[in-house]
Ligand binder design. Sequence first.
Ligand SMILES: [Zn+2]
Length: 200
Amino acid sequence: MQVALDDYAWAAGIATDLINTTAEVWRGDDHLPDQAALVAFTEEGQKARPDGRGELPGLARRARPADLVAVHALRGTVRALVDHPDRDNLVVGASALTSSAGAVTLVPDPVRERRTRWAVSLREGATVVDALSVICGVGILGVVHTLDEERFRQCGAPTCRGAFIDTTRPGRRRYCMPGLCGNRTNVANYRARQAGKPQS
Ligand SMILES: [Zn+2]
């Protein structure tokens, strides 16, 4: 499996989705409790990839129980980086996440015919943990390099404990899960305005 280095927005999206699967963010249920959930997570991630291809779900299907434990630990490592977005900290921490990467290579560009993109290959025998780790590392390094460390933020919903990496062009993303936390905040604001209105 290869991870294209200019796919950093996709990779940072995987990192954001991964850290927001924890029981802490959901205030109850862990959203990656077992291998089936991990397979579903990687299938969603694969679909979001520009070429829609890759071996991530296949690696997740071969995951052993220890791999799931390691994925849970990886969430903590990535979350700690997002929570402390100091440039040196991000670069050192994200580089360490790429330690399962093997050779740097070129892969066909899915959009432009006869063109190639820079990519890193995973080492032979890499597990789903290695793959997710490299993806998170590439995502974080790409955002620091192309955007800046101000893109690592806490969710703007007052009651949410999520965090995210903003890869939008304007850089004004506010919520870890825009569909969920953004809507919740809008509903709360609407109710607050209604409560403040004089009764008629
Ligand atoms: Zn949130």
